[in-house]
Design a protein around this ligand. Structure first.
Ligand SMILES: *[C@@H]1O[C@H](CO)[C@@H](O)[C@H](O)[C@H]1NC(C)=O
Length: 235
């Protein structure tokens, strides 16, 4: 600010953002002589010009700023698009409690940490919406007090093969399991039943509308969501 004695001689000083990409603002030159009306007039005209220039500068910056923002937004959204690719079909189903079967076909639930994305599930059958190579996996825990032959299979029904209704085996695990006799005084107790597990996992080319399911023959499936599961994901 000009000091008191100089008011009217020099225009008041305005602080302009030096970061703004404007050229130096022309400072109007005022005649030292002449009536105070002239000086006032010049001062007012100067201020008006200064105002117009500042406004022009601000508008320019505003527009430039908007351009940069939208560019930045574009870059960010592109990055997000790269980081978050389109989610592929993926499923994890858990064994229902108590375990349920229908004609040896295991039935599943989506409870707990189970999930289902872009695949259909109904009555034990997981159906593919999008053709591709899928990794299929299933684990079951079996317990019995007798020696048992357990057959754990992942089956497929495809319109592309045979009559389109007959299930085909994709993966199979067969094992003969005998509970180990317990030693000593525990031998006569019911706890002689013990547990065995079967895991299947592999990749297959599946077509749209193909269904896959898990079949278990022989042995009793053991209760437990963590112990029994079935899932698939597109590779
Ligand atoms: C899948 O099944 C649906 C319903 O049955 C049918 O409309 C569709 O055409 C089938 N898609 C293919 C590729 O077979």
């Amino acid at each position: 600010m000009a000091d008191g004695g100089m008011i009217g001689v020099y225009p008041q000083v305005f602080v302009v953002d030096t970061q703004a990409p404007c050229g130096p603002l022309p400072v109007p030159v005022y005649p030292r002589r002449g009536g105070w009306r002239h000086r006032l007039l010049f001062a007012l005209v100067g201020l008006a010009l200064l105002g117009v220039l500042i406004e022009a500068c601000c508008i320019y910056n505003l527009h430039r700023g908007h351009g940069e923002t939208s560019l930045a937004e574009k870059i960010i959204s592109n990055e997000i698009a790269e980081i978050k690719p389109e989610r592929k079909p993926a499923v994890l189903l858990k064994g229902s409690q108590p375990p349920e079967t229908k004609d040896n076909v295991l039935l599943w639930t989506q409870e707990g940490d189970g999930f289902r994305h872009q695949m259909d599930y109904k009555d034990g059958l997981l159906t593919v919406r999008k053709e591709g190579y899928y990794f299929l996996y299933s684990k079951v825990a079996i317990s019995d007090i007798h020696c048992i032959l357990v057959k754990h299979t992942i089956m497929r029904i495809s319109e592309r093969y045979g009559d389109g209704k007959t299930p085909m085996e994709l993966m199979q695990s067969v094992r003969y399991h005998c509970p180990k006799p317990l030693k000593g005084d525990r031998q006569d107790k019911q706890e002689t039943q013990d547990v065995t597990s079967s895991y299947l996992g592999g990749a297959f080319h599946l077509f749209t509308n193909d269904s896959v399911f898990v079949k278990l023959e022989g042995g009793q499936i053991r209760t437990g969501q963590k112990e029994n599961f079935f899932g698939a994901f597109l590779l």
